[in-house]
Design a protein around this ligand. Structure first.
Ligand code: XIL
Length: 312
C-alpha cells in the first residue's frame, strides 16, 4: 500500500508519537510505524516522571528501546519534553528552595540531553510555557524560578548538545491567535537575549470543525524570527460517532496543515500525535470526541492517510 514515508520527499520529516507499550507488544503496530514514518517522538517515555521516578535512579530502558528502533529503521528522533508543568516526578517538591529546584532542573536537562547527544535531532526544551491568555503559565518553574527558567533551560540543553535543534512547543498557537502573538513576542525576546531558541513547535491538537486561521502565514512569521518551525503533535478529533462525511472533513484538515508546513521553507517536521485510533490520548482527554488519527483501530488507513499522501 502507499505509505506516508514512501510519498515524502527525502527532506521532509514525517513523524508520529509512539506508544511504547504497543511498540513492544504489537508487531502490526511496529511494522506500520516503520513503513509510514521517518521520524518518531516518544509519547511518554522521555518525560521526566518516566525517566526518573526515584531521585537519581534513571529508567532509560523504554526510551533506549525507542531510540534503537528508530536507528534500526532510519528514523529521526524528536525528544519530548525536558521542562513541562506536567509529568514532573512526585519527588520534585514545591517546598524546596529556588536554588535547589534550579539545580535539580539543571541536572535533569544535562543528564538527559547528554545521554542522547547525537541520537536526538531536536528537543522540546520547554513545553506549554504559556497560559491560555498568553501570559507565562504559572507552573512550578515560573513560580519558583521566575521567567529566567526559560533561558536557563535552553542554555543548559545547548551546552549538553550543541547540535540538537532546541524547540519551544505549545498549543492553541497554530493560527493567528492571541496566544500565538504572545508566543511570537516571547520567542523574539528570548532570541534578542541570545537564548538558543532554535525552533517553535505547534502541537496542532485540532477539532475537525475548527480550521485555524492562516496556518501558513502564522508559521511564516515565526520563521521570520530566524527559527525553524514544526507541526509537533497533530491530531484532528471528531465529535463521535464518526461518519463518512466527518472523516472527509478530517482528511481535508490534515491535508491543510501539511500543505501549510510544506509551503513554509523553515517547517522542518510534520508529526502526528499517534497514528492509530487504537491508541490516542483524545479518547481520554476529550470526552465525546475520538477517531482522531490517520489509521483506524484495526490499523487500516483512513481518508486522512490518503489526503496526506496526495499532498506529499
Ligand atoms: C499526552 C499523552 O498523549 C498521554 O498519553 C499522557 O497521558 C499525557 O500526555 N501536549 C503534549 C503531550 O505536549 O506531551 C501530551 O501527551 C498531549 C498534550
Amino acid at each position: 500500500r502507499p505509505t506516508l514515508r514512501g510519498a515524502a520527499p527525502s527532506n521532509v520529516r514525517i513523524g508520529t508519537a509512539v506508544d511504547s507499550r504497543l511498540l513492544e507488544t504489537d508487531p502490526r503496530y511496529r511494522s506500520t510505524l516503520a513503513a509510514d514514518f521517518n521520524a518518531v517522538t516518544p509519547e511518554y517515555v522521555m518525560k521526566w516522571a518516566a525517566l526518573e521516578p526515584t531521585p537519581g535512579r534513571y529508567d532509560w530502558e523504554a526510551a533506549d528501546r525507542l531510540v534503537a528502533f528508530a536507528e534500526a529503521n532510519g528514523q529521526a528522533v524528536y525528544g519530548h519534553a525536558l521542562v513541562w508543568h506536567s509529568s514532573v516526578p512526585a519527588w520534585v517538591s514545591e517546598s524546596w528552595s529556588p536554588a535547589r529546584l534550579r539545580e535539580v532542573l539543571h541536572k535533569h536537562i544535562t543528564t538527559v540531553v547528554s545521554r542522547y547527544r547525537g541520537k536526538v535531532w531536536a528537543w522540546d526544551v520547554v513545553n506549554e510555557a504559556l497560559a491560555e491568555n498568553g501570559s507565562l503559565r504559572q507552573s512550578i518553574w515560573l513560580r519558583k524560578l521566575g521567567p529566567g527558567y526559560l533561558a536557563d533551560a535552553f542554555r543548559w540543553a545547548h551546552e549538553a548538545d550543541p547540535d540538537a535543534r532546541l524547540f519551544i512547543n505549545d498549543y492553541g498557537t497554530e493560527g493567528r491567535t492571541k496566544k500565538a502573538d504572545a508566543l511570537w513576542r516571547l520567542v523574539r525576546q528570548l532570541r534578542s537575549q541570545g537564548v538558543p531558541v532554535q525552533g517553535v513547535g505547534f502541537q496542532s491538537h485540532l477539532r475537525a470543525d475548527q480550521d485555524p486561521t492562516d496556518i501558513a502565514g502564522n508559521l511564516r512569521r515565526f520563521g521570520a524570527l530566524g527559527v525553524a518551525v514544526a507541526v509537533t503533535e497533530l491530531d484532528v478529533r471528531l465529535q463521535l460517532p464518526a461518519t463518512p462525511e466527518k472523516l472527509v472533513g478530517q482528511a481535508l484538515l490534515y491535508q491543510h496543515v501539511l500543505e501549510a508546513c510544506l509551503a513554509v521553507p523553515t517547517c522542518e517536521s510534520f508529526t502526528l500525535w499517534g497514528f492509530t485510533d487504537a491508541s490516542s490520548w483524545v479518547t481520554y482527554h476529550y470526552p465525546g470526541y475520538g477517531a482522531a488519527c490517520v489509521f483506524d483501530t484495526d490499523l487500516k488507513p483512513k481518508p486522512a492517510h490518503a489526503s496526506l499522501i496526495a499532498e506529499l
